[in-house]
Design a protein around this ligand. Sequence first.
Ligand SMILES: NC(=O)c1ccc[n+]([C@@H]2O[C@H](COP(=O)([O-])OP(=O)(O)OC[C@H]3O[C@@H](n4cnc5c(N)ncnc54)[C@H](OP(=O)(O)O)[C@@H]3O)[C@@H](O)[C@H]2O)c1
Length: 339
Amino acid sequence: MKQIANFTSPKTFKATELTADNAQLVEVEKPFDELKNGEVWIQIKASPINPSDLAMLAGTYPHLKTYPFVPGLEASGIVVASGGGFMANFLLGKRVACSAPATGDGTWAEFMKAPAANCIPLRKKLSFEQGASAIVNPLTALALTERVKKSDSKSFVNTAAAGALGKMIIKLAKAENLIPINIVRRPAQVDELKALGATVVLDASQADFEKHLQEQYETLKPLVILDAIGGEFSNTLLSLAPNESTLVTYASLSKDFLHLHPAPIIRYGKKVEGFHLAYYLSHQSKLKLIGFTRKAQKLMIEGTLASHIHHKFSLPEINQAIAIYSNQMSDGKYILCFD
Ligand SMILES: NC(=O)c1ccc[n+]([C@@H]2O[C@H](COP(=O)([O-])OP(=O)(O)OC[C@H]3O[C@@H](n4cnc5c(N)ncnc54)[C@H](OP(=O)(O)O)[C@@H]3O)[C@@H](O)[C@H]2O)c1
């Protein structure tokens, strides 16, 4: 195992472990063991709590891990050791954004072992706090906006619009001259998004929401509905939508299945498709991936794809941070920080 200069590998390191669905996380010591060829040890600097982490903790996120395991799906850090191989050796000493391996332990720990392919070098101008969220939301915002641009309409529906991803989509759409019909679920979020420059913001908690949605559908004729909600709400979105429109389901914040009436699909050419970032990335060429991550980091530095960091916390505070974040997700990112 090759290591960076001035780094003495510890025998063990601190991590949090999940022992069962919905269990409180427990602090444990993990061994800093040998690497296989192509693997690296990353010293974690910062890692966010994302909605997909909450689903993982609840046991509702499809994964290949076995209990107990360290949760956490993305982070930033420094590659401190390499198990050999071109990519792993190239990354040695580099600041990186990284995602957790499909099996094994994740990012909510002082160190994470991962295949070198799970790391992306971070540009100097990106802090570790911003870099911690450099993969999941920025790349998803770019991919979903690209999907909208393939449709024959300048307008689209942006659900969960007050969340971190929703706000990135709003800013990207503005740069691309697209018009999102943004949907939130609290009155205060309408003002917040209008202050960001959003022109159309509908509050789904209002009694006349469906009437306003229909008016916007008739005026703007969106053909892509980016749906992060699921449940009965997806049926409302698709059944009122223009003929030939496509509902792109990419999350299930309602924690419910898609309840879709078949008539709009059978009769009016409406469609349903799914989006998952890892699946999408695994179907792109290496060249496209390089271009994509470069573009994402450039737009993060410029602010378009930057995440608002609401709260930083340390490893012993993790259970408390998860409880607070779960109830106020639109406040901004909750970031686990080391140092
Ligand atoms: N498929 C993929 O590859 C992919 C990639 C990236 C993200 N995602 C998903 O995209 C979603 C948004 O991510 P994010 O980082 O933007 O999350 P976030 O910053 O935590 O924001 C979540 C947003 O969803 C709203 N929300 C939560 N539960 C809701 C419900 N039942 N009905 C309506 N709105 C609800 C929240 O509103 P309040 O503030 O009112 O709670 C908040 O505005 C997540 O579900 C995430 O897993 C999927």
